[in-house]
Design a protein around this ligand. Structure first.
Ligand code: SF4
Length: 324
């Protein structure tokens, strides 16, 4: 891993995972801190600059760790939809990422008190089956070799039959298991979107091939065409992407497919514009509806219908989920 600075909360030293992570990044400068917020929530941080020299913060998460899913997130028809926050921020750098408007810092935080997350799940699951998106505010699979968080969620799924876990990624992860209640969700974007806006992610080809391999191994796989971005030749770009995907992936074996046009909380967009004054994505003239910045209704509908129409040739419309 490329971190040169690691901040460690005093109390995090008491957790074995802290030692494991530190030994995975030999040579990094380690600084002990009182609380992760002292570093992460500092005022007047330069988030774009930080992203170039991203530091890692190892901490203990108090308070809420599992949250109800927000309306802009897709629930895939699941009633008890939650997301977990066991890491904050991401090793990748997508120009459209809502985390740019959500957090004051680009540094990554890894929480090491996973046993508390286990207890949270075991308490909540008594009320009924749960669907947990474990990789919403980060990319757990991309970080798994260092942190083991994706492995933790897989183990949670294996020991709780009523728990359905989604692990979403832009890495070309080699999936070797096929746990029936773990969904590997690969996000796919046209080549041009990937090159322009998805810095440091795996190539689109590599992600498609990784999804195909996971399916062949019997894993549950979801393909996410989300966010759909209105680049100038967006129709050609999404057609090319879907044609390429179909040539590798057996759509009849997919768990489902998600399609989501770009949207972001209006508050996050305001903060993103302030932090990234040169960002094309942030400064696009979106419309605000119910506190959510999104493409104008006609454009939004056109994009969603076009992409769903292409996908509908290869999978039943009942297996295509959209956010609105
Ligand atoms: S991979 Fe996802 S979480 Fe990571 S920067 Fe890109 S959009 Fe954000």
């Amino acid at each position: 891993m490329r971190f040169t600075h690691i901040y460690v909360e005093e109390r995090a030293y008491g957790y074995p995972l802290t030692g494991t992570i530190l030994s995975g990044i030999p040579g990094a400068k380690v600084v002990t801190i009182r609380h992760y917020k002292d570093v992460f929530d500092r005022k007047r941080q330069n988030a774009p600059l930080q992203k170039e020299h991203q530091a890692l913060i190892i901490a203990v998460r108090d308070g809420n760790r599992i949250f109800r899913g927000a309306p802009v997130c897709q629930s895939f028809g699941q009633k008890n939809f939650y997301y977990a926050s066991s890491m904050m921020n991401c090793p990748f750098d997508c120009g459209y990422c809502y985390l740019k408007g959500m957090y004051p810092s680009s540094n990554m935080v890894v929480f090491v008190n996973l046993d508390d997350y286990r207890k949270d799940i075991e308490d909540k699951i008594k009320e009924g089956p749960m669907y947990v998106c474990a990789s919403y505010d980060t990319d757990l699979l991309a970080m798994n070799s260092l942190t083991g968080h994706a492995d933790f969620w897989k183990e949670m799924a294996q020991t709780n039959g009523n728990l359905l876990v989604e692990l979403r990624t832009k890495a070309a992860v080699n999936v070797t298991d096929n746990i029936s209640n773990v969904i590997y969700a690969f996000t796919l974007s046209p080549e041009e979107v990937m090159l322009r806006y998805e810095r440091n992610t795996a190539s689109v080809d590599a992600r498609i091939k990784a999804a195909a391999r996971a399916l062949e191994n019997g894993a549950k796989v979801r393909l996410c065409f989300d966010p759909v971005i209105r680049i100038p030749a967006w129709k050609d770009a999404y057609k090319e992407l879907i044609d390429k995907t179909v040539s590798y992936v057996d759509f009849s074996k997919l768990t489902d497919v998600s399609v989501g046009t770009f949207r972001i909380s209006a508050d996050y967009l305001t903060r993103m514009r302030r932090a990234y004054p040169d960002s094309e994505i942030a400064w696009y003239p979106y419309v605000i509806k119910d506190g959510v910045a999104q493409y104008a209704p006609d454009a939004d509908r056109e994009m969603q219908e076009f992409v769903c129409g292409l996908l509908g040739k290869y999978t039943g419309m009942e297996r295509i989920f959209t956010w609105n």
